[in-house]
Ligand binder design. Structure first.
Ligand SMILES: [Zn+2]
Length: 322
């Protein structure tokens, strides 16, 4: 049997745990709640406890694991410490995520922010495999997360604090965001924003359409009123993406989040609008694709930080691709 790694993806509601091979394939995975008692049990304790339980259930001895890759919510510094969280997970800030796992398992540990791990996972064994040197990924969920690989390297910023792309303003007098700014991109273009906007269109919709699945089902069934709201929402999603493409000049724009599986109702109209607004020089050679790994992207990407046999971002091929 080949190498096995433990991948752990710690979020505000759940911890996802997977056994990942040295090639980046997930062989077992499970998810557990972390908010079951309102965070009275520290999230890190729950994650550690569940990881042991998970390995037992898989009948894998901890000694069999090469190392642990951790993808975690919040700002994670280079030592695997939580240095900022936007206040969303009680008690999470100042947690030594990497240290906790390292001292328990006595194995190599790598930890990074979840959106950064997602793009690394997609590059290792997902939609960004191949000759892409510049990749921008946005994940449309409750909020909007984003990360970028530029010239083959993950864009990190000081202390790993980079890529809060949900919080640049697209409307200077717009809605007040939890970050303190007004008109943030994610206030208009996230899934939560779409649900809010559908609810604002008709009081009756507020009860009926509480998630993206229900909204896209209604569009598929020909609900024109909801279609109109979705169209405006896609316009706002587009506004941000045009900015990212013009800023970073990627060869690949990756769209993550459940909505990216909606080809005809979302990806196709989004791409059409995007292409019509992007400057020709940026359009040439730009691929626009849905992310491939779904929920597993974070834990696969975290393991990629450790896996020694990771290909060197295929840089040789990259120059030939342009
Ligand atoms: Zn904001």
């Amino acid at each position: 049997m080949g190498k096995l790694y433990l991948g752990v993806d710690i979020g505000g509601t759940a911890v996802k745990i997977g056994l990942v091979t040295g090639e980046g394939n997930v062989v077992h995975a499970a998810a557990y709640r972390v908010d079951f008692d309102g965070y009275q049990t520290p999230v890190i304790d729950t994650a550690l406890f569940r990881s042991r339980q998970f390995l037992e259930a898989c009948e894998v001895e901890p000694a069999r694991i090469e190392g642990i890759g951790i993808s975690a919510a919040g700002q994670i510094d280079k030592n695997g410490m939580v240095v900022g969280t936007c206040g969303s997970i009680a008690g999470w800030k100042d947690t030594d995520v990497a240290g906790a796992f390292r001292s328990f398992y006595r194995k190599p540990v790598a930890a990074a922010n979840d959106v950064d791990c997602a793009i690394l996972g997609e590059r290792w064994n997902g939609a960004a495999v191949g000759a892409y040197k510049n990749v921008v990924m946005i994940t449309i969920g409750t909020g909007i997360g984003g990360s970028a690989i530029i010239d083959g390297r993950l864009l990190e910023g000081a202390d790993g604090a980079c890529g809060e792309i949900g919080h640049f303003s697209i409307k200077k007098d717009g809605l007040l965001c939890s970050c303190g700014n007004r008109g943030c991109y994610e206030m208009y273009a996230s899934m939560r924003a779409l649900v809010r906007r559908v609810g604002e269109a008709d009081p009756e919709f507020k009860q009926r359409f509480t998630d993206g699945m229900a909204i896209f089902k209604a569009v598929a069934e020909g609900n024109e009123q909801i279609q109109a709201v979705v169209n405006l929402w896609i316009d706002d999603v587009c506004v941000g993406l045009v900015g990212f493409v013009h800023t970073f000049g990627p060869e690949l724009l990756l769209i993550g989040g459940g909505v990216s599986s909606q080809k005809e109702l979302f990806m196709d109209p989004l791409e059409k609008r995007l292409r019509s607004r992007i400057m020709p020089a940026f359009n040439r050679g730009l691929d626009i694709l849905p992310a491939k790994l779904g929920n597993a992207a974070g834990l696969v990407g975290a393991v990629s930080l450790l896996a020694a046999n990771l290909p060197e971002s295929a840089e040789g091929e990259l120059s030939a691709a342009g």
